[in-house]
Design a protein around this ligand. Sequence first.
Ligand code: SF4
Length: 364
Amino acid sequence: MNRRCFLSSLAGFGAVPLLGTGDDTDAQFTRRAKYWKPLEDKRIACTLCPRACEVADRERGYCGVRENVEGVYSTLVYGRAVAAHVDPIEKKPLFHFLPATTAFSIATTGCNMECKFCQNWDISQFRPEQVKSADLLPAAVAATAKDRSCASIAYTYSEPVIFYEYMLDSAIEGRTRGLRSVMISNGYILKEPLMELLPRLDAVKVDLKAFTDTFYRELCAGTLQPVLDALRWIKEQGTWLEIVDLILPGQNDAEGEIRALSQWVVRELGPEVPVHFSQFHPTYRITNLPRTPVSTLERCYRVAKETGLHFVYLGNVPGLGYEDTSCPGCGATLIRRMGFTILSNTLKGGACPSCGRTIPGVWS
Ligand code: SF4
């Protein structure tokens, strides 16, 4: 699918149909990868994410979008968009970042984990050549975002770490047009590439999928500690950060685990980092569990507030009052939400109009 066809299919909000023509080639989306080092016999070691793949000549890494040819490692998804939507920023979810604005949201195929409950498995668990794509280079990403009056570009749906070079250059292009950039990620990235990326980003949302290594290993094919490390680095660099914990019944919903996770956030990142507990619904390889009961989510909310977190939200259960932002000082309701819609926002210059307390976030 060429860019003109693709862009003409952008009809505003919601999903963009991708009507690939099959005339794209791997070569047009191939760029030399940024983070890897050569090994013997034309093998390479990828240094982008904690999986640390060692890849033989003519092989790909675990994520399926990086390939070794003759000892040179390349990304196969530079400018190879498989999704492009105009989304409310609240959908990411980012609640303390430019409320009521939209984000031009892009993805390629691929992921460096395999979560058995992935909501976007139809792109995250496939190789580039298996999904119809569009030629959407960074300059076109920024131009389209601007044309659609978006405030930001979001790298999302699949795992943006694995389309690192595309994300980085799109963020740079976006800045030249006054656009912010936000990464919606599993936080599975090594320090050096993260440190290069963070100055180009304005916000990061990390899925902290559980607080046990067992959950990460058994349900995500990943590990917990690298995600905790990345969270600390993001916070240290001062990039706006929010956390989502998708609660699976009987898997990561124990009160002790929620308490430990919340205490870790308060201690290591600070009580002002928003934490969203979201309702699971059956999908992909986990269809035998029910939706998370609202009572379980309410318990997560209570426990997190007890540990001292200032901003706790419940996701995927609109209308229950757990999406509103309140002042941790005087308790005044500041932002009222219903799903992805802002019903009211009384913040004045990023502060509570009642008591004057500064509310952390990116408000303008
Ligand atoms: S980015 Fe991909 S190739 Fe590199 S270490 Fe991670 S999974 Fe492996």
